[in-house]
Design a binder for this molecule. Structure first.
Ligand SMILES: [Mn+2]
Length: 307
């Protein structure tokens, strides 16, 4: 049987890397040994810490997937895929985001609206009664807690909670919120990055009928501590060089569960209109907003798809 590679998105988070590895373990568990997890990009500090903590090597780095058979995990959008995807053979996708496959038709598609791709793979593992090690269970549990912001993200579903409980029977990490805080602290490295790096670390560019918008997500344990003015100056500069209708940076506070939203672009009045508020000095304060997918993207959809 030919090799099939499992790959997450570019600029991967923990869920993306962990779900690739866990899907390989699932396949091995059901006797299919031709699947191999890879990663197409550099991992973040949190992912490195988690894999190291649980004695597991990171998936092999394969920056270009042209010409190989692949399973896409934690993404479907072409703009999030690894280099060379145009000539890769996408045999399967597993994801918990909106779907955008265009003319790709994979043989198998698993898409469920839950908090984490690792929840979907844990479900496959438990449904098939596959045995996993404590290290793998701990990596899966960490990824679900990270992607659901310790169950506080509005993307969280019952499945995520159920899977974490079953995984924790194996990994026994103790208090889940305390452990989530430890996980968050491992990626709270923003003050070591330049404003440009902060904006680009977790950026998603989205197109609505030819209109481009970008949303950067900065998750931190204290968003008041970030150098907001410097980030804003860089964002304004970026938009002069390459103008988008809107460029947003979410400074998300995981503890206070709010968002300082930095905004540039000519469509600021549309954003003000739909939220019925005023953007002051390119800044909006959004209490209770933590999710790009569930809370910011729908606003943009309303702005750009309304007739
Ligand atoms: Mn995910």
């Amino acid at each position: 049987m030919g090799k099939i590679y499992i790959v997450g998105h570019t600029k991967p988070d923990l869920d993306s890397i962990a779900s690739a590895l866990a899907y390989q373990k699932f396949k091995e568990g059901i006797g299919e040994f031709n699947y191999k997890a890879i990663r197409c990009d550099k991992v973040n500090a949190q992912t490195e810490w988690v894999f190291n903590q649980y004695n597991t090597p990171l998936p092999e780095y394969v920056p270009n997937i042209s010409g190989i058979d692949v399973v896409l995990v934690d993404h479907t959008f072409p703009e999030s895929r690894a280099k060379g995807w145009e000539s890769a053979n996408i045999v399967e996708v597993i994801d918990h985001h909106d779907v955008k496959l265009d003319d790709t038709i994979p043989e198998r598609i698993t898409i469920r609206p839950c908090g984490s791709t690792c929840s979907l793979i844990s479900k496959k593992i438990f449904n098939s009664k596959i045995l996993i090690t404590k290290d793998i269970a701990s990596i899966l549990l960490s990824a679900i807690l990270d992607d659901t912001v310790g169950f506080k993200s509005p993307t969280t579903t019952k499945l995520d909670g159920d899977m974490v409980n079953r995984l924790n029977d194996i990994s026994k990490v103790g208090d889940l919120w305390e452990y989530s805080m430890l996980l968050f602290s491992k990626k709270d490295i923003w003050n070591t990055l330049t404003p440009k790096e902060i904006i680009e670390e977790d950026i998603r560019s989205v197109e609505f009928n030819g209109i481009w918008v970008s949303i950067s997500q900065v998750e931190t344990l204290n968003n008041r501590d970030l150098k907001k003015e410097e980030i804003l100056r860089e964002l304004i500069h970026l938009n002069e060089v390459n103008p988008f209708n809107l460029r947003l940076v979410m400074l998300t506070d995981l503890l206070k569960r709010d968002c300082i939203l930095l905004v540039v672009g000519k469509d600021i009045p549309l954003l003000e209109g739909i939220l019925n508020t005023k953007v002051i000095e390119n800044t909006l304060f959004l209490p209770n907003v933590v999710s790009r997918k569930k809370q910011i993207l729908p606003i943009l959809q309303r702005i750009y798809t309304q007739t």
